[in-house]
Design a protein around this ligand. Structure first.
Ligand code: NAP
Ligand code: HSE
Length: 433
């Protein structure tokens, strides 16, 4: 084998110089000698496209900044790194970069989950690489293990915490009783949140990541529209207290499961036992369990958001794409051959916590128990708190389908004895029926 097919320096263009882009630029320039050794050729940062070229970005030389993202993308650089985010202009810029022969590295989960197929098709058409390790779980090496290390196994489930902002918020609400709005502002200041933090708190960011994970894990096409998505904006201090009283903690979970009929992908807040490994994942950290037939359970843990941690994953991809240029090889393309149906969330099977404000009088418990049994939902534990007008019943169920539980809740809402359904949440991570 020849030592190197390429004798010239490799060129890199950055599209975006915000939280992640400016970290990538700084680290690429600061670690240039090591990166050159690892790639086998010098890697030269050509330009950084931003909106506002007059804003100083520490560690990023002002002469590299350009407001002309379209020309930078289409310049024919060896590698174009897209760190603008969102659908447009990111998609158009990536496609024009590929058409000009550039390999692309991106952290853009929103675009990959909405229209990854178009990017994969263009990468194949133009014979270039598409890498996106930073799109899911920040610094954690997770997509490459799914795409490569577990490529010979059959993955059956992926379960994890994949949004740093919401995990940071829920951790501080749990540990300090902190106020939601203040903690969200702190997460934004720390660079964890998306440009529009609604994507974080309403679960869309985690849903995009869940779609990407499910597609890679199960070799089948999954897009954002296939993911059932609930965020944390309706999680109350009462829910957090109720979870604490029962020995649980609330986390925003992403779950992708494969059964013999298809796949189910969902993102929602859930209660976890405090001794569950995911319960101890605090702050902006992420953790993901992958279950595979032969490997068993594999867990990934690390920083899920923030400029430098995310830049680490981007630079890993950049080095890989650069090595491919040097050797003349290419990374893996899209793998969706399984073509599995995406099943509705109603088919998902979990346990539930239901908190009801009830009339404190004879017969209440019987009417509530009937609503559960009418819909095939078996009760595991019932606890009454308070009495008189303050009475509430907390019910925890055995395993049930989501559809049966939703019907139960509807029936409970129609009972005279139920004054209000105060909270309904899935419970994950308990053993048994
Ligand atoms: P950001 O701080 O908002 O940075 C976006 C950058 O894009 C800014 O430099 C902005 O320019 C530039 N930009 C926006 N529109 C542009 C346009 N039309 N033309 C040229 N430049 C444009 O976002 P970020 O947090 O770095 O995130 C970037 C990507 O990484 C997103 O896809 C995000 O989902 C992903 N990601 C972020 C994190 C994280 O922790 N932040 C983690 C993993 C993945 P100005 O600076 O001039 O406004
Ligand atoms: N806003 C995202 C998060 C960034 O909080 O996890 C990392 O993808």
């Amino acid at each position: 084998m020849s030592s190197s097919a390429l004798e010239r320096p490799l060129t890199v263009v950055l599209l975006g110089g915000g939280t992640v882009g400016s970290s990538v630029a700084r680290l690429l320039l600061g670690n240039a000698r090591d990166i050159e050794e690892r790639v086998g050729a010098p890697v030269h940062l050509q330009s950084v496209a931003v909106r506002d070229v007059d804003r100083a970005r520490p560690g990023v030389p002002a002469e590299l900044l350009t407001a002309d993202a379209a020309s930078a993308a289409a310049s024919g650089a060896d590698i174009v790194v897209e760190l603008i985010g969102g659908i447009e202009p990111a998609r158009t810029l990536i496609l024009s970069a590929m058409a000009a022969g550039s390999s692309v590295v991106t952290a853009n989960k929103a675009l990959l989950a909405a229209d990854g197929a178009t990017l994969y098709e263009a990468a194949a058409r133009y014979g270039v690489d598409l890498y996106f390790e930073a799109a899911v779980a920040g610094a954690i090496p997770l997509l490459r293990p799914l795409r490569e290390s577990l490529a010979g196994d059959k993955v059956t489930a992926v379960l994890g915490i994949v949004n740093g902002t919401t995990n940071y918020i829920l951790t501080r609400m749990d540990e300090e009783g902190a106020d939601y709005a203040q903690v969200l502002a702190d997460a934004q200041a720390l660079g964890y949140a998306e440009a529009d933090p609604t994507a974080d708190v309403e679960g869309f960011d985690a849903a995009a990541k869940a779609a990407i994970l499910a597609e890679l894990a199960f070799h089948t096409r999954v897009t954002l529209d296939d993911v059932h998505c609930e965020g944390i904006s309706h999680v109350t201090a009462d829910d957090i207290r109720a979870a604490q009283q029962m020995g649980f903690v609330i986390k925003l979970l992403a779950v992708a499961e494969r059964n013999d009929r298809g796949v189910i992908v969902r993102v929602h807040p859930a209660m976890l036992p405090r001794d569950h490994p995911l319960a101890s994942v605090r702050g902006a950290f992420n953790a993901v369990f992958v279950e595979a037939e032969s490997a068993g359970e594999v867990m990934f843990y690390g920083r899920g958001a923030g400029g430098d941690p995310t830049a680490s994953a981007v630079l890993g991809d950049l080095v890989t794409a650069a090595r491919n240029r040097v050797s003349g090889g290419r990374g893996p393309g899209e793998s969706t051959y399984s073509n599995l149906p995406v099943l509705p969330v109603g088919d998902a099977i979990t346990r539930y916590y239901v908190n009801l404000a009830v009339a404190d009088k004879p017969g209440v418990l019987a009417s509530i128990a009937t609503a559960f049994s009418d819909n095939d939902v078996s009760i595991q534990v019932v606890r009454q708190d308070g009495h008189g007008d303050e009475a509430s019943l907390v019910v925890r169920t055995h395993l049930a389908t989501d559809a049966d539980l939703q019907r139960t809740v509807q029936q409970l809402k129609e009972l005279d004895t139920v004054r209000q359904v105060l909270g309904v949440m899935r419970v994950e991570g308990e053993a048994g029926e």
